[in-house]
Ligand binder design. Structure first.
Ligand code: HEC
Ligand code: HEC
Ligand code: HEC
Ligand code: HEC
Ligand code: HEC
Ligand code: HEC
Ligand code: HEC
Ligand code: HEC
Ligand code: HEC
Ligand code: HEC
Length: 543
């Protein structure tokens, strides 16, 4: 990740580090003999002795014997510039509980290989500090010259703990299980049925690169977006005109008695204390428009709504619109109006205020799915109503058909109640994510013509792929439309003499969510990493 960052990024890092070092008031310990030249990244940031050695404070109090390189306090200094996550100094960056869980899982033999091949050693013989940390210098050497590769760590370091030694990937390495298709896709797309049936019927060419493209780093493959990938055949599924008979719009509120008005929307919107009836809501909307909706929803959700959020949820509904001829809170004033391109209309036959979705990524439907999914984890009485609304909108055949292609996941937050969320994006690599196993497409694509994808991704047309979306657990049962990759596939090229078999080319040591070399100071006077754009997809929970 770091190696690919642009020169400008590196300069920015170096500049802020220099500012940091100055801010800390560190002095050069230059008059003490350094054991050797620092590696170039650390020379470039002009790291002072005191940036890495705790004894090297300002003044003369520093004496050489105080160097304690297995001292965690030195590691703490490294972490001032290198964010490795909350448990950065621990084994694989995992909190003790998470590590113990993994260790136990492997010990129980849950995996394809015999446990003795995989179980790592914990305890005796490993240079843990009193608090369970591993000093950085156990693996990262310094003062070995400008050209040292700081990230180069020999396989032997890993095998301090991973005691079962195997010669290489081809001999003794654990078999892969379901790699890399352990988690179901976020967008529902059956490769088998489209390649075998749907594309031929439309005389369309099934090209992998018609829908996938390499990301900027060349590592992951991402979707080219709805417009280029799906709209040619599916635009009608999401357009307002495609709503079927009896489904001419979504009933938002129905006027009339307390039960008459109970649409899934009203059950949620009205779930305040005291509850609001349909007629009260319609009267408030006619009088004060969007702000009435905003206040009512804030009372239900227990938080204020963001202005853009309210705009989506209101879908353009306003006091002015309701006052137009053809609209009205009272049934007798209203005349049904048909809204071709999507929007609001009044249906006299059942005295309902209705919405017609206006095509792909309709903001109203997206907004209500997001809000209902969030409130499913909230307190009653809104919780039950939110679940009902989510189910009504996320179904495969619900108006707008968002749930035809976008899967819904149960998401466990910090608090125990799981929320529901629609996956609006397919998988996209996050530069902050460090999973236990990594892959980079780029070097593999230049080896063969660009359509040679199926050498690694062999289709499995028999798979009951669509059944994987009958539940909402993203880690639950999944039948991929592709055959798992076998170890031999990679081992055919990845030998010592061939494409290389260093453990760390496929397995990074540091796991978790972090930006490794962005300097951050405890004082917070160094600029934070750029915040992710609002619309960026959430990266996966890795561990
Ligand atoms: C970027 C961090 C960093 C900076 C800056 C740095 N060192 Fe080091 N230093 C280390 C690490 C890591 C080790 C342990 C190296 C190893 O075991 O291979 C080390 C080892 C040493 C040792 C050997 C001590 C022993 O126990 O073997 C001395 C002496 C030393 N450094 C002096 C200095 C002096 C003097 C400076 C300033 C000119 C300096 N260092 C700057 C990271 C740094
Ligand atoms: C003053 C800030 C600073 C301190 C202190 C510091 N580093 Fe660094 N380090 C950097 C910067 C900046 C880079 C270059 C990052 C890049 O190329 O994007 C770097 C690079 C590295 C890399 C190589 C990353 C790669 O891309 O290969 C490693 C490994 C590393 N540092 C480990 C350490 C260790 C271990 C310590 C403590 C002994 C330490 N650093 C202390 C700023 C620091
Ligand atoms: C058990 C060995 C081990 C220990 C202990 C260790 N590292 Fe590393 N580190 C590695 C290896 C291997 C790599 C290169 C492979 C990778 O993760 O990308 C690496 C990479 C890095 C990188 C570059 C990350 C990147 O994504 O390019 C930084 C920065 C770093 N280490 C800092 C530290 C610091 C700071 C500590 C102490 C808190 C530490 N390491 C402790 C093995 C270790
Ligand atoms: C301080 C001990 C220690 C060191 C050093 C260490 N590991 Fe591990 N590793 C563990 C433990 C503990 C587990 C949890 C599973 C187990 O017990 O086998 C684990 C698990 C793994 C896994 C399995 C990932 C998964 O999906 O479950 C991989 C791959 C791995 N380590 C690679 C490495 C590599 C590569 C290195 C060297 C850069 C390394 N380890 C260094 C202790 C260590
Ligand atoms: C019409 C568009 C389209 C075409 C053509 C297409 N794909 Fe896909 N593919 C998708 C979508 C949509 C996903 C789901 C992406 C997500 O949710 O992240 C996907 C997912 C995948 C995945 C991940 C599957 C999994 O189970 O995790 C692989 C691998 C893949 N495609 C490879 C291919 C290959 C190889 C080809 C050519 C033989 C191909 N695709 C052709 C749309 C397409
Ligand atoms: C050398 C084998 C290989 C080749 C060739 C290959 N892939 Fe992949 N692909 C992988 C592996 C391994 C993963 C899993 C990556 C991961 O989980 O980090 C993957 C993941 C994917 C994914 C899921 C999203 C992601 O980035 O993880 C898609 C989509 C995909 N590949 C499409 C393609 C397409 C399209 C081609 C042809 C242009 C292609 N692949 C060629 C090995 C390969
Ligand atoms: C070349 C035309 C074409 C393209 C492009 C296309 N589809 Fe389809 N798709 C179809 C047809 C035809 C059906 C069958 C519709 C039916 O039976 O009602 C279908 C059915 C589906 C189904 C229902 C399950 C199934 O496989 O039968 C889903 C989900 C789906 N498509 C998703 C997508 C997504 C997502 C994309 C874009 C990534 C996409 N499709 C691109 C033609 C296409
Ligand atoms: C036929 C399949 C299909 C249907 C139906 C569908 N989408 Fe999508 N949608 C996609 C695909 C494919 C992407 C591209 C994902 C990516 O690039 O990773 C996408 C992207 C999106 C995005 C993110 C990018 C953007 O364009 O803003 C949003 C938001 C979204 N869809 C909302 C919706 C909503 C709301 C509905 C229901 C009204 C809907 N979608 C119906 C296939 C579909
Ligand atoms: C046709 C031969 C071939 C096959 C098959 C193959 N690779 Fe590679 N791989 C290469 C070559 C060549 C490189 C580039 C090596 C280099 O730059 O030194 C590479 C590089 C890599 C890298 C390092 C990329 C980087 O930039 O750091 C990873 C990770 C990797 N391969 C994983 C895999 C995995 C996992 C598989 C099996 C799913 C696989 N490869 C299958 C030839 C292959
Ligand atoms: C060319 C890539 C590659 C190389 C080189 C490689 N591995 Fe792996 N390794 C993988 C893949 C792929 C998996 C399967 C990951 C998965 O299923 O999610 C894996 C799985 C593992 C596991 C986990 C097994 C389990 O079921 O939990 C361990 C432990 C492991 N490797 C250790 C090593 C060690 C140690 C080395 C170096 C001697 C090494 N690997 C070299 C690609 C590689």
């Amino acid at each position: 990740v770091l190696r690919r960052r642009g020169a400008l990024g590196r300069f920015a890092v170096a500049a802020s580090v220099a500012v940091l070092a100055a801010a800390l008031g560190l002095q050069s310990g230059g008059r003490f003999a350094s054991p050797g030249e620092l590696a170039s990244p650390h020379r470039a940031v002009q790291a002072e002795c005191g940036s890495c050695h705790p004894a090297a404070g300002p003044g003369d109090a520093w004496v050489a014997p105080v160097f304690q390189h297995s001292d965690v306090s030195q590691s703490a200094l490294c972490l001032r510039c290198h964010d490795l996550g909350a448990d950065g100094t621990r084994t694989h960056g995992l909190a003790p509980l998470a590590l113990a869980e993994r260790h136990a899982r492997v010990g129980r033999g849950e995996g394809p290989a015999p446990a003795r091949l995989r179980l790592a050693r914990l305890g005796a013989g490993i240079a843990y500090e009193a608090d369970g940390s591993l000093a950085c210098a156990t693996c990262h050497r310094e003062h070995r010259g400008v050209d040292t590769d700081l990230g180069e760590v020999s396989n032997l370091r890993c095998q301090t703990c991973h005691v079962a030694q195997f010669r290489d990937l081809a001999h003794g390495h654990p078999e892969f299980s379901r790699y890399p298709y352990a988690r179901r896709t976020r967008i529902v797309f059956d490769h088998g049925s489209h390649q075998g049936k749907h594309f031929p019927r439309r005389a369309a060419e099934f090209r992998c690169m018609g829908c996938h493209e390499a990301d900027a780093a060349g590592a992951g493959m991402q979707l080219v977006g709805w417009e280029r990938a799906c709209s040619a055949c599916h635009a009608d599924d999401v357009s307002a005109a495609a709503l079927r008979a009896g489904q001419r719009g979504i009933a938002f509120v129905r006027a009339g008695g307390p039960e008459g008005g109970a649409t899934p929307f009203l059950r949620l919107v009205g779930a305040s204390d005291p509850p609001r009836s349909a007629d009260e809501l319609l009267a408030a909307l006619a009088e004060r428009g969007q702000s009435a909706l905003g206040e009512q929803l804030a009372a239900v959700a227990g938080r204020a709504l963001r202005p853009d959020e309210l705009r989506s949820l209101a879908g353009g509904l306003s006091r002015e619109l309701l006052a137009l001829p053809g609209f009205g809170a009272a049934p007798d004033r209203a005349r049904e109006r048909f809204v071709e391109a999507g929007g609001w209309f009044w249906q006299a036959s059942d005295a309902s205020l209705r919405y017609r979705p206006g095509g792909h990524a309709d903001a109203f439907l997206r907004g209500w799915l997001d809000l209902a999914g969030e409130l499913v984890a909230g307190p009653e009485p809104a919780r039950a109503a939110a679940g009902g609304l989510f189910d009504a909108l996320a179904g495969r055949d619900a108006p707008g058909r968002c749930g035809y292609c976008h899967s819904a996941d149960e998401r466990r937050g910090a608090d125990e109640e799981p929320a529901l969320g629609m996956n609006w994006w397919g998988q996209r690599a996050s530069p902050r994510a460090h999973a236990p196993t990594r892959f980079v497409h780029r070097p593999h694509l230049s080896l063969r013509d660009r359509e040679g994808c199926t050498t690694c991704h062999a289709l499995e047309p028999q798979a009951d792929y669509l059944a994987s979306f009958a539940h909402r657990d993203p880690e639950g049962a999944f039948a991929s439309g592709f055959r798992p990759m076998a170890r031999e596939l990679c081992a055919g090229c990845h030998s010592r003499a061939g494409a290389g078999d260093a453990c760390v080319s496929c397995h990074p040591y540091h796991w978790g969510e972090f930006t490794p070399a962005f300097p951050s100071s405890p004082e917070g006077d160094v600029p934070a990493p750029p915040a992710a754009a609002e619309d960026e997809p959430d990266s996966d929970a890795l561990l």
